[in-house]
Unconditional design. Structure first.
Length: 525
């Protein structure tokens, strides 16, 4: 047993030593199949997933397959010859599509290299090339169900040769495999009434076949829908997929309470699909996100433990640094929604530090509030007030968020769309007060002071859209921003703001108009 344990330890160390290069090779093979296989398939919604063998499953496999004896304790040769050190899945929607994908592989990999492997003809003899053994498929499994499981070899440009296992799986076979794996594979407890369990699993599989028939019918109906409708349904599908993949893991690793986290999946979909105009591009996005998830080995509590945000290392422009600080603060808080979202975004974005994660996320989120150029005309070009307005809008929106702090601030179907529409209307009303400022007036009052006034105006308008009242703490913050700035009078009635603060009460939305200078009074001044 000592030799076995030593072989397992050395094999795991050898695997971990090679993991970085294997991860890179895994990415290469995935890209290779996307380019040379997926693009040749006649239907959509095909994705390639890849993973490098995990250390835990390696240990179990060494014992179950008696590899220590078979390799005479040569752990390096064992790792080099491990047939599924990299595992790949070509995932499709329907059962019948598995056969079509297999036939496509046969039609592409036609040039025989040796007794076992075939290559794409024009790539024969080259590196960064996949060789495929597509004979004797599908294979029978112990459970009696067939599986397309192809042995492959990757010839890397580094000179390394890596053995690969390639499976073709429809959604129902992938689901069936996960259920069976969870219940029976590597489950060493005694199963009472094995015939009963066999019948039960067969019943589940028949139910899945019925689902496959429904999916096929749905697929035919989808083909009759507009591209826009299909794109919306793909977004909904991915949100639902994330929910199915992560909801239980959140309970296990973050907080063991049933919490409705759908808005974090909705915001992730909103970010990832914001510049996706076509179905094919949407499919590429889904493939990338699923592959990143499939390759991520550490969905555990560490995913939600963040270092502090470091303002000294930020790449954010100065207008957005308050947003970075606010998100950094939320990552250290007890806000389950933001912590869950930042952890999920970190996994998808594949950034190493929390500062990188939050900087990237901040820029992504602010793209949802970048629709205000339409308020300007060609005549406004070159006016010194234009850049002041653009900066004032952005810092005003960020200032409002720094007080509101909820994730739905950025969701288009909750607050974002109404904020954009209402702020656009408000800017149309007040923009000339800033656009018409001369260079001398800007110098007199100070550019920063003028931006602060517009920041406060936009922030209050945003808060009036998303809150039922303005809190005293927030009103104090606005007043401290404005009280020493003479230019404030172009927008605000500071005396009224002070009176409201002195009352020591929150402000209901209907009272907000008292904070602003009346138009007639402003014109007289």
């Amino acid at each position: 047993m000592k030799q076995l344990n030593e072989f397992i330890t050395l094999s795991k160390q050898e695997l971990e030593k090679r993991r970085s290069s294997l991860d890179e090779i895994n990415k290469k093979i995935t890209s290779f199949l996307d380019e040379n296989l997926v693009k040749q398939i006649s239907f959509q919604n095909v994705m390639v997933q890849g993973r490098v063998k995990g250390s835990t499953s390696l240990s179990e496999k060494i014992v179950r397959k008696r590899y220590a004896d078979r390799y005479e304790n040569d752990h390096k040769r064992f790792i080099s010859e491990l047939p599924d050190i990299i595992g790949l899945r070509v995932v499709c929607l329907l059962l019948e599509q598995e056969k079509i994908i297999y036939s496509t592989i046969i039609s592409i990999f036609t040039e025989q290299v040796d007794e076992k492997y075939y290559s794409i003809p024009e790539l024969k003899g080259s590196t960064d090339n996949l060789l495929v053994d597509h004979s004797n498929q599908p294979e029978p499994q112990k459970n009696g169900k067939p599986i397309f499981r192809l042995s492959c070899k990757w010839l890397d440009s580094s000179g390394e040769e890596v053995l690969v296992e390639l499976q073709i799986k429809s959604l129902i076979n992938m689901f069936w495999g996960e259920v069976e794996h969870m219940l029976f594979y590597k489950n060493y407890t005694y199963m009472i009434g094995s015939d009963f369990y066999k019948e039960m699993m067969n019943s589940i599989y028949k139910s899945l076949e019925a689902v496959d028939s429904e999916l096929q019918l749905m697929s035919q109906q989808l083909a009759e829908r507009t591209s826009e409708e299909q794109l919306d349904e793909m977004k909904q599908m991915f949100a639902k997929l994330m929910y199915n993949m992560f909801s239980q893991k959140y309970r296990e690793e973050l907080i063991d309470i049933e919490v409705d986290l759908r808005e974090i999946y909705d915001l992730m979909v909103q970010i990832e699909f914001k510049n996706v105009p076509t179905l094919s591009r949407a499919q590429q996005v889904i493939n990338r996100l699923i592959t990143n998830t499939y390759n991520y080995h550490d969905f555990n509590n560490n995913l939600f433990e963040f270092d502090e945000y470091n303002l000294d290392e930020t790449i954010l422009k100065k207008e957005r640094r308050l947003l970075g600080l606010t998100l950094g603060s939320l990552s250290q808080s007890n806000d389950v929604f933001w912590i869950s979202f930042i952890g999920l975004y970190k996994m998808f974005a594949q950034k190493s530090t929390i500062t990188e994660v939050i900087d990237t996320l901040s820029n992504e989120l602010m793209t949802f509030y970048s629709h205000f150029d339409a308020i300007f005309t060609t005549e406004d070009e070159g006016k010194p007030g234009k850049p002041i307005i653009k900066e004032g809008i952005e810092v005003g929106i960020i200032h409002a968020f720094s007080h509101y702090r909820k994730l739905d601030f950025f969701l288009t179907n909750v607050h974002q769309q109404k904020i954009v529409v209402d702020i656009h209307k408000y800017l149309e009303e007040i923009k000339d007060r800033f656009l018409n400022l001369s260079k001398a007036e800007i110098d007199e009052h100070g550019e920063k002071a003028i931006i602060n006034v517009l920041e406060a105006a936009v922030s209050i308008k945003v808060m009036s859209i998303i809150e039922s009242k303005i809190k005293l703490e927030y009103l104090n913050d606005i007043y401290s921003m404005l009280r020493e700035k003479e230019f404030s009078g172009i927008i605000f009635d500071l005396s009224n703001i002070k009176k409201r603060i002195d009352l020591q009460k929150d402000l209901v939305i209907e009272e907000i108009e008292y904070l602003f200078v009346k138009e007639k009074k402003r014109e007289e001044e």
